[in-house]
Design a protein around this ligand. Structure first.
Ligand SMILES: CC(C)(COP(=O)(O)OP(=O)(O)OC[C@H]1O[C@@H](n2cnc3c(N)ncnc32)[C@H](O)[C@@H]1OP(=O)(O)O)[C@@H](O)C(=O)NCCC(=O)NCCS
Length: 153
């Protein structure tokens, strides 16, 4: 039998705030997690991500390079952030082509949301299963694919 190359999940070069709870296994590297955050199991948080204070990241979420999440946010289970839009027909070999995402404070992101590279204003709520393709500028509840405002808050 051929032997696979086995890599382990890791917590490497992470700037951790006070009182952070992590549930293993997680794969976190070269990112910053604020005070009193919670990160559930099977979460990957990549380089250059900043997670603000008191934010919760539930299990099975993927937060890619270049995402900035504010304070007091809730990132539901299985939320997938995207930084590479395959603009040239497939995965970009060049990380300079990756785009960034900024999530404000007090934002709630429901289970199984896909977040394309966007900016989301403070206090927005994004329903389960939404695909967010455009900036969210008005505080409200958004749902669907593509995500649309269903009511203002
Ligand atoms: C989007 C959400 C916040 C809306 O809640 P709400 O404001 O109480 O809205 P309602 O339940 O009254 O639904 C309003 C309309 O939106 C639709 N809708 C609700 N949630 C939706 C969703 N996630 N995706 C698509 N449509 C949705 C409803 O079917 C309803 O449509 P209708 O007017 O045609 O009947 C909520 O349904 C949701 O998805 N919450 C996320 C919860 C979550 O993921 N938690 C994670 C931890 S368990």
């Amino acid at each position: 039998m051929n032997q696979p190359i086995i890599l382990s999940s890791q917590i490497r070069d992470v700037v951790l705030g006070k009182n952070v709870k992590l549930v293993q296994p997680v794969n976190l590297y070269e990112c910053k997690i604020g005070d009193n955050c919670f990160v559930g199991p099977f979460v990957e948080i990549q380089s250059n991500v900043v997670v603000g204070d008191r934010t919760r990241v539930q299990s099975h979420s993927f937060i890619c390079d270049g995402v900035n999440i504010g304070n007091d946010c809730f990132v539901g289970h299985g939320v997938m952030f995207v930084n590479d839009l395959f603009s040239n027909g497939g995965p970009a070999g060049d990380r300079n082509a990756w785009k960034t995402t900024t999530i404000g404070n007090n934002v709630s992101i429901g289970s199984n949301v896909t977040m394309l590279p966007v900016t989301v204003c403070d206090g927005a709520v994004i329903g389960a299963g939404a695909v967010v393709t455009k900036d969210i500028k008005i505080k409200g509840v958004y749902a669907g694919n593509p995500a649309k405002l269903i009511r203002r808050l």
